[in-house]
Design a protein around this ligand. Structure first.
Ligand SMILES: [Zn+2]
Length: 177
């Protein structure tokens, strides 16, 4: 499996990218899937880390100072110890941008009956064939706090100062105009 990160990192330029894609097209690809050691939950957990996350969440950024960014990371070659790294802003931004997929690339590609183009038709057909009766319970809606926590791993109800206190809404500021 080749990850989009690698594609972006190897290419560097438009020509490089075009060449890389051409090289990849001539390759014969073989899909090999292995049974996960610790069951499907672990696989979901692993994928979830990538599919719904941004490249770096705010709480890992320790300081932004004088055009230099310091952030924490886990060094997998050193017992996964948490370490700090400082980069110039433009290098930090360059690395961050490597995580943005090229146009028309997607993080999750569906196949089988969920394949995007025929999904609606397929689901309709499956419902008909299985005579399924969907029971819609109450619509589940996430709060802003829950969405932020899920996507960025940051609990915005936590006091950014002490990290212990809970922040609660005190007053609603009316919309301007
Ligand atoms: Zn506090």
């Amino acid at each position: 499996m080749i990850f989009p990160d690698n594609i972006a990192a190897q290419s560097g330029s438009d020509e490089g990218f075009a060449k890389l894609i051409n090289d990849l097209k001539t390759k014969k690809w073989l899909m090999y899937a292995k049974r996960p050691f610790a069951g499907p939950e672990q696989v979901l957990e692993y994928l979830g880390r990538y599919t719904h996350r941004v490249a770096i969440s705010n709480h890992r950024i320790v300081s932004i100072d004088d055009g230099r960014i310091t952030f924490s990371y886990k060094d997998r070659n050193d017992d996964s110890k948490t370490k700090l790294m400082t980069l110039k802003a433009d290098e930090f931004i360059r690395r961050f941008l490597l995580h943005i997929l090229p146009q028309r690339f997607v993080k999750i590609r569906y196949f089988g009956f969920l394949f995007n183009r025929d999904r609606l038709k397929n689901i309709e057909l499956i419902r008909k064939l299985t005579a399924a009766v969907a029971i819609f319970t109450e619509k589940v809606e996430e709060t802003v706090q829950q969405i932020m926590l899920r996507i960025t791993g940051v609990d915005i109800t936590l006091c950014p100062h002490c990290g212990k206190g809970r922040m609660i809404p005190v007053v609603k500021i009316p919309r301007a105009g």
